[in-house]
Design a protein around this ligand. Structure first.
Ligand code: SF4
Length: 473
């Protein structure tokens, strides 16, 4: 995973033998030092930033939303597409200008791009003092100590055990009603287009009791919805070393749902090859497990799915969709779609459009294929679909998805849903917004002394492709 060359021109890179060594220095006046963090990419990254905030809090750093008052600037990066990395580079220019005004400021790069580029960061970006991979956040106090002594620190060790399970996240940018709980880290799938297995390492599941404790703590603090997070939640598994008890994802879902009927449970992301009927029956059996599944398909064509190494074909995917419809007819499904993957023909693209027509997704994350360095696809397949064709196919997919979402949402007019109030609608503070069990955003006029965290019953009177509009009944 990393080279064993400990020092290059004042750069101290941490390997096993130096873990926990002398650099750490207690903050002279706890709470006076402030850190500013920007997070990009998937929910796992935002959840990790809350772990980082907790670790920094223990050594006297308080979070600030104002970069101008920060002593430490961190960017938690995403590497999933070229565009994501360009965004990070642009932000570093802003940090660079700030650091010129306040030279003692420590700048750190965290997350997947830190892991992908490792020490290369220090050669490419002079302003960067810290490079910390997703499994090395516990080492931040030590790395910061070294940086405060003028060293440039790197720790990109990936772990097979690390789950940060006992670290209580510090909730950042929260509405106080909904929160994310990471239940596992890493991914053992090797989808050929994806960098995650290289930047987040092998799969490991967190022990369930700390997850239930975190969800229970959130409920007592007024949160009314938790989303269980993992790259592939369906392969969650934990074996109790004492009792030999085996806990799979369906068991974990039931354990969290049984905390309290008013605590809603969501999860992301599922994988078609691992999603079991047991999970679907557990969802159907608990009203507070939301009837919504994010089930990435990526492509509707089996030859392309094989090249993507998704380990299922189009028939298997339809089989899973049939199971969802059979067991939970009112369950909404969303997806991820990549257009223009290596050698994709027009007919194979049409298969993806046909799969969308069949699946009737409530929404989808849709992207043109972006070759990622070091991935299986980058090594084996030429990125041979011209950019304009990729874009044309992406626009067709987006147009179709918007049409489907519009039809689906229009079909909800007249229906009544239980909605969890999350806060004021973005458009008007006279309205509340919240989601129904299908994860659809609902906007409705405020009434009486209702407040965020309350459940209301709303009848839908109108809809757009993104939002349902209704009235409290
Ligand atoms: S399941 Fe595939 S796409 Fe998702 S994180 Fe794992 S390797 Fe990447």
């Amino acid at each position: 995973m990393y080279d064993n060359n400990p020092t290059i021109d004042g750069i101290k890179s941490i390997d096993e033998s130096q873990q926990g060594s002398v650099f750490f220095k207690e903050s002279p006046t706890p709470g006076l030092r402030r850190f500013y963090i920007e997070s990009y990419g998937c929910q796992m990254n935002f959840s990790d930033s809350e772990i980082v905030a907790s670790i920094l809090g223990d050594i006297g750093y308080a979070p600030t939303r104002n970069m101008e008052e920060s002593d430490l600037i961190l960017i938690n990066t995403c590497s999933i597409r070229e565009k994501a990395e360009e965004t990070v580079r642009k932000r570093l220019r802003v940090f660079e200008a700030y650091k010129k005004q306040k030279p003692g400021t420590v700048v750190g790069v965290l997350g997947c791009m830190a892991e992908r580029l490792k020490k290369q960061w220090l050669e490419e970006e002079k302003l960067v003092d810290l490079v910390v991979g997703p499994d090395a956040y516990r080492d931040l106090p030590n790395l910061l100590g070294g940086a405060e002594e003028g060293n440039r620190m790197v720790n990109v060790l990936l772990s097979r055990e690390e789950t940060y399970s006992e670290i209580a996240p510090v909730r950042l940018d929260t509405n106080g009603i909904t929160a994310f709980i990471s239940i596992m880290r890493g991914c053992d799938n090797m989808c050929s287009f994806c960098v995650v297995p290289f930047t987040r390492g092998r799969e490991r599941s967190r022990e369930p009791f700390s997850i239930v404790a975190e969800a229970t703590d959130l409920y007592t603090k007024g949160y009314r919805e938790v989303t269980l997070l993992g790259q592939n939640v369906d392969s969650y598994k934990w074996d109790n070393p004492e009792t030999g008890e085996h806990v799979d994802f369906a068991d974990l879902l039931r354990m969290v749902a049984e905390i309290h009927p008013d605590l809603r449970v969501r999860f992301s992301t599922s994988h078609p090859k691992d999603m079991t009927d047991k999970v679907l029956h557990t969802m159907a059996a608990h009203e507070n497990i939301c009837k919504y599944i994010h089930l990435p398909v990526q492509s509707g064509n089996s030859r392309i799915l094989e090249m993507m190494n998704r380990t299922y074909d189009a028939d298997w995917y339809r089989n899973r969709m049939e199971a969802i419809r059979r067991i939970m007819p009112d369950c909404a499904v969303s997806s991820d779609i990549i257009t223009g993957f290596c050698s994709e023909t027009e007919e194979e693209h049409q298969d993806t459009l046909a799969m969308m027509e069949y699946a009737q997704y409530s929404m989808s994350y849709m992207f043109a294929y972006s070759e990622r360095p070091g991935t299986l696809a980058a090594r084996k397949y030429p990125d041979d679909i011209p950019e304009d064709i990729k874009k044309k196919r992406l626009n067709e997919v987006i147009r179709l998805q918007n049409a489907i979402s519009q039809i689906q949402n229009k079909a909800d007019i007249g229906k009544t849903f239980k909605v969890l109030i999350e806060g004021d609608s973005r458009k008007s503070d006279q309205d509340f917004c919240g989601r129904n069990t299908q994860n659809k955003m609902v906007v409705f006029a405020k009434k009486g002394d209702l407040k965020p965290g309350d459940y209301v019953t709303v009848t839908i009177r109108d809809a757009t492709s993104a939002t349902l509009l209704g009235d409290i009944v």
